[in-house]
Design a protein around this ligand. Structure first.
Ligand code: ATP
Ligand code: MG
Length: 558
């Protein structure tokens, strides 16, 4: 795997110390997604950390689905999650589901009841909330808190047997209603849900809660280091309480790190689901989505995503990472390996008047300026070519080193041309420009007595390949977009996040472009074929521009 060195971080230091002291000999981690949506770049951080540690320490990382909520989860997501983890470059040697442990978790619940550490509560949900107290006030005990073990066992059995409706009873841990940590005020550990579960069907009508399930699943699996994001720090005392009070097969330790927050996008599954359901995005793999599927379709490489995460690092500090870092990671990954090609996105016709009609020459052009091992390809040139519209100006300023009336520019890999005339269409727009070429400037020689600074790319008209190109930009205009109460973005969406160009011209050698090759279109950026592409109607996605265009705008504004 071509990663930058994973380096060290405070979690790896904890592991090193645990190995040195003999506390552990094998390292076991897990990545625990809830199968209620697709993975995003934030999950990639957790995957990179957990799978990366397992790989580097010769340990194991389980992919464990946290499937304790039968209402929200879907098998469709399970397949997508596995594909995404593999795409990121990690082997999945063990897949588990929290639901695999429902029998054992039920036994753990019985053990707590028998120890007087859990009770069935008949308070309705709103009363439980009311009794919980606030940050400044302690909670109050439920009238059921001191029921006998026998009564609790019988009631829990009735819950399990389906004698109660949803919400009529819950099982609560009996901890401390006055704890300053609200998570410790007798949290609910089982609730009733008369709903089929995607894996256990109608076998259960009671389901364990996340906090109970999570740590105990870690203990069942022999996880040594349970790594989660900082919002679970306040849950750690509860995590430990379950481990301390139950007869568990192993004692995992939870350590928290900061979430990845990326500017100009959103990562909550709820908000991403909304964007897809409302049709704002063309599916979960819309190339503008921060999902792994979106990044993959856009053309990001797995190594670029891993290197990006490595560059962000693992700390306990919350910060907002700039999208630039991700874009730079893919540029760095592609620059040394992407074959170069010429493409014109917004074509302007050029007639080279003194080039013989009906004649074509073939130039042998290197595929990479710095890597001769990548070979070369034939590029045709004749009397009629296309250049970019914005490489020509009717009335250019002095410092514009491209074409204008009477001006000269070099065609990349070929000779210098001079603009000698124009043809306008009915609307007065420049339709064709007429040029003369300077035969003596072939092979890079400058014309007599002057230096032509500008070099522009071009495509031969006769055999150009017509393609659609999709240009992607940031999804949002604000670094931290604000949804409304329904989770919709009425203001902050970037209306120009997708621009479709229907009349682009590629050099003829790309007629046979391999669908998995990422190209650098000279002066334009990195591109590859979208999955909507067909042989007859090729479509290219812009993965990223060559340089950051936002930095320029930002610095101009400063
Ligand atoms: P969401 O709030 O969007 O639903 P989640 O955190 O609930 O996300 P899970 O499927 O429960 O999503 O997450 C699986 C794992 O990925 C968890 O360990 C979680 O901490 C981690 N994770 C999720 N988002 C991020 C993020 N932005 N940065 C780092 N880790 C993350
Ligand atoms: Mg979650």
């Amino acid at each position: 795997m071509s990663d930058q060195s994973a380096g060290t971080n405070f979690i790896r230091q904890i592991i090193d110390a645990d190995l040195a002291s003999g506390k552990h000999t094998d390292i076991v981690t897990r990545f625990p997604p809830e199968p209620n949506g697709h993975l995003h770049i934030g999950h990639a951080k957790s995957i990179w950390l957990n799978f990366g540690i397992a790989r580097d320490y010769g340990g194991r990382c389980t992919l464990r689905y946290d499937d304790t909520n039968p209402l929200k989860e879907d098998e469709e997501f399970v397949e997508a999650i596995e594909r995404d983890v593999r795409w990121l470059g990690y082997d999945i040697d063990r897949v588990a589901h929290a639901s695999d442990y429902f029998d054992q978790l039920y036994e753990f619940a019985l053990e707590l009841i028998r120890k007087g550490l859990a009770y069935v509560d008949s308070l309705p949900a709103d009363r439980i909330r009311e009794f919980r107290g606030t940050l400044t006030e302690p909670g109050r005990n439920s009238p059921d808190r001191d029921n006998s073990v026998e009564k609790n066992l019988a009631e829990f059995e009735r819950m399990r047997a389906g004698e109660y409706a949803d919400g009529e009873r819950v099982l609560r841990a009996r901890i401390d209603m006055a704890s300053p940590n609200i998570n410790m005020r007798d949290p609910v550990i089982y609730r009733i849900r008369h709903h089929n579960h995607q894996r256990t069907g109608d076998h259960w009508c009671i389901y364990p809660m996340y906090d109970f399930t999570h740590g105990l699943s870690d203990a069942i699996e022999g996880v040594t280091h349970s790594l989660c994001t900082l919002e679970f720090e306040d849950h750690r005392p509860l995590y430990d309480w379950f481990i301390d009070n139950l007869t568990v097969p192993s004692r995992p330790r939870q350590t928290e790190f900061s979430r990845l927050n990326l500017g100009f996008t959103v990562m909550s599954k709820r908000l991403l689901t909304r964007l897809v359901d409302d049709g704002v995005m063309d599916g979960w793999d819309d190339p503008r989505m921060p999902t792994i599927a979106g990044l993959r379709r856009r053309g990001f490489t797995p190594a670029s995503v891993r290197n990006f995460i490595a560059s962000v690092g693992i700390t306990r500090k919350d910060n907002l990472i700039d999208m630039l870092a991700l874009e730079n990671a893919v540029r760095e990954d592609l620059d040394p390996v992407a074959p170069r090609a010429m493409a014109v996105l917004r074509p302007l016709r050029v007639i080279i008047e003194n080039y013989p009609e009906g004649e074509t020459e073939t130039l042998e052009v290197p595929n990479h300026p710095k890597n001769p091992d990548m070979g070369s390809r034939p590029v045709t040139l004749s009397r009629e070519i296309y250049i970019e519209q914005d490489d020509f100006m009717l009335d250019p300023p002095e410092k514009f080193f491209r074409l204008g009336p009477g001006r000269e520019v070099r065609l990349r890999n070929a000779f210098v041309i001079r603009c000698v005339g124009l043809e306008l269409d009915e609307s007065g727009k420049v339709d064709t420009i007429r040029c003369k070429y300077l035969p003596e400037t072939r092979s890079g020689v400058q014309p007599e007595g002057r230096r032509v600074k500008g070099i522009i790319h071009w495509v031969n008209a006769g055999d150009a390949v017509d393609v659609e190109v999709r240009l992607y930009d940031r999804l949002f205009l604000e670094a931290v977009p604000l949804p409304d109460d329904e989770g919709r973005f009425s203001r902050d969406l970037n209306p120009d996040s997708l621009e479709v160009l229907g009349n682009c011209k590629l050099e003829a050698s790309l007629a046979l472009a391999a669908s998995e090759t990422r190209y650098q279109f000279e002066r334009l950026g990195y591109f590859w074929q979208d999955r909507d592409s067909t042989r007859d109607a090729p479509i290219f996605n812009r993965i990223v521009t060559l340089r950051d265009s936002w930095a320029k705008i930002d610095s101009r504004n400063n």
